[in-house]
Structure formats: structure tokens, C-alpha cells
Design a protein around this ligand. Structure first.
Ligand SMILES: Cc1cc2nc3c(=O)[nH]c(=O)nc-3n(C[C@H](O)[C@H](O)[C@H](O)COP(=O)(O)O)c2cc1C
Length: 172
């Protein structure tokens, strides 16, 4: 059941050589997860396969980040993002994710692919601040305008820094 898990302050750290890999169909339903994904998520493979990928969504993640993710990959663009995920026991783990479309032999997008590695701690600290501001913007805008409000704020932060989204993510 979604939202039945209470987030805790316990953090699990990815090891330097870990890769967390998962694949989804076009709707974000999980079709594959590697062993490290199973380990960090705390779910069994049976629980993960067929579930929506938001099964590990953490409430500290701004909705705008996922809107940006979906808008990008649906048009064939890869995305790099820092993501805070929530395991089945409520603990959390930060990842640096690269999400890409998965194509068939005719060049049609048939699903998506995410490969995550251990994030730099300094980058997590920077992005946590940005996400906190984005969540605050979403809360004051209300559910209907949340994504637009937080993405507008992200745009303002990037403009002030003189960086594109990719430049910020790869620079921190
Ligand atoms: C390949 C792929 C990997 C994803 N990985 C994650 C993930 O690790 N954590 C997460 O919260 N959402 C992930 N998502 C995004 C989810 O599908 C979903 O949009 C997000 O959790 C927000 O959930 P909501 O739309 O119910 O608010 C992924 C999506 C795709 C296509």
C-alpha cells in the first residue's frame, strides 16, 4: 500500500562500486531489478516486478523533479539526477541516477532504464538544499500548480548560477 511506510532517519550508503539497475515499461512499471536494487530497496524481487517505480519514492523528493524526468525521457533525452529513495523499512538512500530510454530495433521507445551509482556527499548536500526549496514552493503552490512552481524555482536558481540543469548536476 502506498504511503503506508513511515520514513526514518536511517540512511543506507551505496558502496563505491555498487550499481543499482532497474528497467521499466513505458508507464514506469518495474520489469527488471538487479540484486543491489533488491538489497537497497528492501523489497523482494517478486514485490518489485510489476510494481510502479514510485514504490521507493521518498516524500522529500519534489514532484517537479519527476515531471522533468518524465518529460525528458519520453522525448528520448537521457537524464542525470540525484534521487533520495525510500526503502521498505522507511530508511533512505541517495543515488546519482542516469535514466535513459530503451529502444526496439525500429527505434521506438519501449521502456526505460536507470543506472545509479554512489553520489558525492558534497553534491547530496547541495541538492538537498535545492530540493528543500522546491518542496516548499510546491507546498505553497498547492497540488495543482506544484510542479510548475518548483520547476520555475529551479529555473531561477539555475539562472542565478548561470548554469543549465545538466551543468549544475555535473558540476556539483
Ligand atoms: C527507469 C525509471 C527509473 C525510476 N527510478 C525511480 C527511483 O529510483 N525512485 C523514484 O522515486 N522514482 C523513480 N522513477 C520515477 C517514478 O516512475 C515516479 O515518477 C516517481 O516515483 C514519482 O511518483 P508519483 O508520480 O507517484 O508521484 C523512475 C522512473 C523510471 C522511468
Amino acid at each position: 500500500m502506498k504511503n503506508a511506510i513511515t520514513p526514518t532517519q536511517h540512511e543506507k550508503m551505496m558502496r563505491e562500486n555498487d550499481f543499482i539497475v532497474s528497467k521499466t515499461d513505458l508507464t514506469g512499471r518495474i520489469t527488471y531489478g538487479n540484486e543491489i536494487f533488491i538489497e537497497f530497496s528492501g523489497y523482494t524481487e517478486q514485490e518489485l516486478i510489476g510494481a510502479q517505480h514510485n514504490i521507493i519514492r521518498h516524500p522529500d523528493m519534489p514532484r517537479g523533479v519527476f515531471k522533468f524526468l518524465w518529460d525528458s525521457i519520453a522525448t528520448g533525452k537521457e537524464v542525470f539526477a540525484y534521487v533520495k529513495n525510500m526503502a521498505k523499512d522507511g530508511s533512505f538512500y541517495w543515488v546519482f541516477a542516469n535514466v535513459t530510454p530503451d529502444y526496439d530495433s525500429n527505434g521506438n521507445i519501449v521502456g526505460y532504464f536507470s543506472v545509479r551509482r554512489s553520489p558525492k556527499r558534497s553534491a547530496v548536500a547541495t541538492i538537498e538544499t535545492v530540493y528543500r526549496l522546491m518542496i516548499a514552493a510546491e507546498q505553497s503552490a498547492g497540488p495543482k500548480d506544484a510542479c510548475n512552481a518548483s520547476l520555475a524555482l529551479l529555473g531561477k536558481i539555475l539562472e542565478e548560477k548561470g548554469l543549465s540543469y545538466e551543468e549544475l548536476i555535473l558540476a556539483i
